[in-house]
Write a protein that binds this ligand. Sequence first.
Ligand SMILES: [Zn+2]
Length: 171
Amino acid sequence: MGTATDHAQLLNTWLKSTHIGGPQVMLTAPAPSTDVDIQRFLEREGFVGDALNRARTILEAAGLTRPGKRRISQTKLDRARDVLRTQLIRVCHRKSCRDVEDPRERVFVPTASCELCGGSPNRRAGDLARQAMLAAGYHRLLVQTGVELAGVESDMEWFALVGPLERLGHG
Ligand SMILES: [Zn+2]
């Protein structure tokens, strides 16, 4: 006793004696597949069109998949997101987005997938305004009621766009 063969024989004898058979004794049955489709994954991450192909090449270069492979293990997705996030930036055609200074490689996507404006020119304008104000040493924003701000619906929206500057309220 003690060898693998002995154990296998013992198991066989036990199976015969108990008349148990079929899939219910498949103790080492593989876990249900948790693979996901690579293309679907990349699209959900905002990579579409040429950007999708580029993202896929990046994953292949990082050893996370191989050319021709269609599916990727769920356990690799976090790593894949990290690789993509550190190497690529998704920008849209808007000048303020595509001209961004960023060491990462730019891939072009529709505005809705743009990680800078997310399809909202106001959001990007707000980001740039905040950066410009902070760079110039301004930390407070006073919005004067009644001033027309192109595309901005209300003072409150403008406050939301400019984010964590100190707000002094309405003028
Ligand atoms: Zn954009």
